[in-house]
Write a protein that binds this ligand. Structure first.
Ligand SMILES: [Zn+2]
Length: 140
């Protein structure tokens, strides 16, 4: 499954970041998942619970933020969120359309990413929580 391989690499990155920060435990993990990745958050959570077993990420809380697809219309120049998808379910394949002119000549500006936004870890020395930001913009 797509979600399993994605989560596998997310956990690898998280474990590496935790190790670099001397953490003994990963408390929580926040992810940003673009809706165009078609990754299902429930499947990701399920994959996380399986794949984090026997690692320091086991039992960590997982928060998944869906990043909307931002499109740019090549016909009228509109830039922003895509128009309504063909169905109301976000996780069926989306064919974006320009909400302004209905055109389908679009470039996708965002919504394809899948990244770790923030990791919360516990470090052994003071038992306080430390925050590590392995990558990405922290002020979102
Ligand atoms: Zn347009």
């Amino acid at each position: 499954m797509h979600e399993f391989s994605t989560m596998q690499s997310i956990i690898e990155v998280a474990l590496k970041a935790a190790k670099e920060n001397g953490a003994e435990r990963i408390l929580s993990l926040e992810l940003e998942v673009g809706e165009m990745t078609l990754l299902n958050p429930e499947q990701l959570s399920f994959a996380f619970s399986i794949l984090s077993k026997d690692t320091i990420a086991e039992g960590a809380s997982l928060k998944i933020e869906i990043i909307p697809c931002i499109i740019k219309c090549k016909e009228c120049g509109y830039s922003g969120e895509r128009g309504p998808p063909m169905g109301e379910d976000h996780f069926i394949p989306i064919i974006p359309r320009c909400p302004k002119c209905g055109g389908s000549e679009l470039s996708i500006e965002s919504g394809r990413e899948c990244s770790i936004k923030r990791i919360r870890v516990r470090v052994p020395k003071d038992l306080g929580a430390a925050e590590g930001i392995p990558s990405g913009d922290q002020n979102r």
